[in-house]
Design a protein around this ligand. Structure first.
Ligand SMILES: Cc1ncc(COP(=O)(O)O)c(C=O)c1O
Ligand SMILES: [Zn+2]
Length: 409
């Protein structure tokens, strides 16, 4: 079975490099490594050009269908083609030429994960699965629930019971069956894998299902197109499992291989101090070792990153770098991004800006750079965290005298 789609050829292991034929139940290589979808890019060159894209009226991620491992688009709410928000005040503060925030909080379920779920769900449909399962810190699950509702597919979701209420509210509202695990994300992940093995459900887990990365890579095509095919110098990615980062990198590499651009950007991987297995691997021997996973940024709270191996490879291949940020810096960044760019970020997403400031303090940022920072999740996903730093409003009596006292001469 081919990976489907017009130009898919095979799956290649990030660990041992061997290629294998996709099958309905194949997720990872026999060696345990994650799999990358390969395409016949020489053949795809003619199908995806600057000209064909300029003529496309499809303003969703499905404009890149020839480079996706499915035959048809998923119907339902439009995903992708999110705005690039130019953040001049933040660029000035950073001392760089320009900074854009790619606001993926504007997707239907309010996070970047809609990209991944779109492609994974379409894949599940094309394989004839009536039910999708997944473990998630919350956003991948919400994305799955929203899109499943739109297409009438069943979603069975495992989340840590501590996931922010808004994410759990999304799951329940959109009709997913929610199993709130009294444990960590990593434990929910393993339980979901076990369920998949036992019952044969279609699994969309991040860093396990090879097709989530394919949805994620579309953000890079969009960034290039929306910048008029200017390649940014640096792209900033908040990192938990590392799958967004590997998707972003794959997108830029494929855009170059297709001849759409002639170079790729550096990647900046940002992790929370207590959840920094990938940064530690990059600073050490490249091997991923589990960490506590403690951070206020629930979406990047991961003990053992499931796409860590590929993420380490991607940061290195991009000639990029990685930083860690404290929870305090993440929370402050929520305010700074809101006030400096008009974008509301959940803690994990705000980590991008905190990471840029940390990178500047370490003199890793050059003034001539054009930078794109991913806003991976909307701040309304986790209002409790924003309120920790935003403060409380003044409570007043409905009395005009109060107005005089507050604002009168
Ligand atoms: C808002 C947000 N940012 C960043 C990430 C990190 O993505 P990954 O786990 O693929 O590294 C996630 C993953 O859930 C997320 O929801
Ligand atoms: Zn392998």
């Amino acid at each position: 079975m081919r990976p489907a789609g017009q130009f898919g050829t095979a799956l290649r292991c990030v660990r041992c490099g061997s290629t294998c034929e996709p099958s309905a139940s194949l997720y990872v290589c026999t060696c345990g490594g994650n799999l990358l979808v390969e395409y016949d890019l020489a053949a795809a060159r003619g199908a995806l050009t600057r000209k064909s894209l300029a003529a496309s009226s499809d303003h969703t991620l499905w404009r890149y269908l020839p480079l996706l491992p499915v035959s048809h688009r998923l119907e339902g709410p439009p995903v992708g083609w999110t705005p690039m928000v130019e953040a001049a005040p933040l660029a000035r503060e950073l001392g760089v030429q320009s900074l854009w925030i790619k606001d993926d909080g504007r997707n239907p379920s309010a996070s970047f994960k809609d990209r991944a779920s779109s492609v994974a769900l379409q894949r599940a449909r094309e394989l004839g699965h009536p039910l999708v399962t997944g473990a998630s810190t919350g956003n991948a699950a919400s994305a799955t629930a929203v899109l499943c509702a739109a297409i009438g597919m069943k979603a069975r979701i495992f989340v840590p019971k501590t996931a922010p209420r808004a994410k759990i509210a999304q799951l329940l509202t959109f009709g997913a069956e929610v199993l709130a695990v009294d444990g960590t994300y990593d434990q929910a992940f393993d339980l979901c894998l076990e369920a998949t093995r036992r019952f044969g459900w279609y699994n969309r887990n991040t860093g396990y299902n090879p097709y989530t990365r394919e949805g994620k890579k579309t953000v890079s095509f969009e960034i290039l197109e929306q910048l008029g095919w200017t390649v940014p110098d640096l792209v900033v990615v908040p990192v938990g499992d590392g799958n967004i980062l590997t998707g972003v990198w794959k997108g830029f590499v494929e855009a170059k291989q297709l001849g759409l651009v002639d170079r790729t950007p550096r990647l900046l991987a940002v992790q929370a101090e207590g959840s920094a297995a990938i940064v530690q691997a990059l600073r050490g021997d490249g091997t991923i070792r589990p960490v506590s996973g403690d951070t206020v940024a629930d979406s990047i709270s991961v003990s053992l990153p499931r796409d860590g191996e590929a993420a380490v490879q991607a940061v290195r291949a991009s000639d990029g770098f990685a930083v860690t940020v404290s929870d305090q810096a993440i929370l402050q960044a929520i305010l700074q991004v809101a006030r400096g760019a008009g974008v509301f970020a959940e803690p994990a997403a705000a980590a991008s800006w905190a990471g840029l400031k940390a990178a500047k303090a370490q003199e890793l940022i050059r003034p001539e750079w054009k930078i794109v920072s991913l806003n991976t999740g909307n701040g309304l996903k986790d209002v409790a965290s924003a309120m920790k730093v935003a403060g409380e409003p003044k409570v007043i009596l409905p009395d005009p005298e109060v107005l005089e006292k507050l604002f009168g001469a």
